[in-house]
Design a protein around this ligand. Sequence first.
Ligand SMILES: [Zn+2]
Length: 79
Amino acid sequence: MIDTVPGPLAEPCRFGVYTGLELELQAPDAIPPAARLGLEPPRFCGQCGRRMVVQVRPDGWSARCSRHGTVDSAELGRR
Ligand SMILES: [Zn+2]
C-alpha cells in the first residue's frame, strides 16, 4: 500500500492546525473558540505545519496540504 500517508488532521497531530506551531510550544488558549466548535477551518497541516490551501463553502470547508492531502469538513462530520 502506498496510500499510508496520514491526513492533515490525523492523530496524533504534531502542529497546531490553527497556529502552525509545534504543539509543545502552543499556548492552550491559542485556539479560537470558533475553531473548537469546528466552525473554523484549519489553516495549517497538523502533520507538518505547512500552511494549507483552504476553501470555504456555504456548507463547510476543505483544506489541502501539498504533502498530506485534503481534509473536508463533510468527512469530519461523518466520523
Ligand atoms: Zn502536511
